[in-house]
Design a binder for this molecule. Sequence first.
Ligand code: KIV
Ligand code: NA
Length: 270
Amino acid sequence: RKPVSLPRLQEMRDRGEKITMLTAYDATFAAVADAAGVECILIGDSLGMVCQGLSSTAGVTLETMVYHTESVVRGLRRVQGTAWVIGDLPFGSYHESKEQAMRSAAQLLHAGAHMIKLEGGGWTADTVRFLVERGVPVCAHLGLTPQTVHSLGGYRVQGRDEAAARTLRTHSLELQDAGATMLVLEMVPAALSAEITVALPTCHTIGIGAGKGTAGQVLVMHDMLGINLGKNPKFVRNFMDGAASVRDAMAAYVAAVKDGSFPDDQLHAW
Ligand code: KIV
Ligand code: NA
């Protein structure tokens, strides 16, 4: 297999093949996800919750993101993995200035990430342009942005009313214009995320709880393996059901995204 690159992702997009993404935080799971055919591996700051036991992602530091990115990248190198590696910029590491964002992004790229992800719209467009001009591929993230869960008032669907939907559309277009080549849409109504996807031919939408109309899908690994005690968000499917191994579960996820059987529209109508 050839390494996944931005041109390859654009080719997939152009021929209508869905892009698959999973989070991973360590060497072994990253290698397994790669072997299962997952194209994009996100070292998400969700590691704050699933690895560190924090109550939100706001407490994750850049140092921690660098540590986990290095672990994932070593795991992929060991198996000659081909996945595209995206590192999350944590809360506070890109908010002060474009220069601060560039310094933080450089740390994740030094750790081996191919692309960085940052949350929010509007004020982030200038930062995205600054990074992209300097050779940093950027994935944006709109809708439910967990780093600001407290100002959003909880983990809830975003872009429901017409004013919020308009803002989401505007921010999406601005981010593509600034050079973002991926955009995570989290907990956004299916019709809205499908519409945004059509409007963004060079910025690939990756949905989580956003219906099946996006260019790709992402899930938190622990969620799709069904190993979280307590309540999972309702858009999650447990791919360990009927799977003989973690690798099989991840391969089932890839197959389901590719053939359109995940996500289930019923659960994503919001
Ligand atoms: O941190 C994370 O895992 C994420 C995904 C849910 C998109 O940002
Ligand atoms: Na994240």
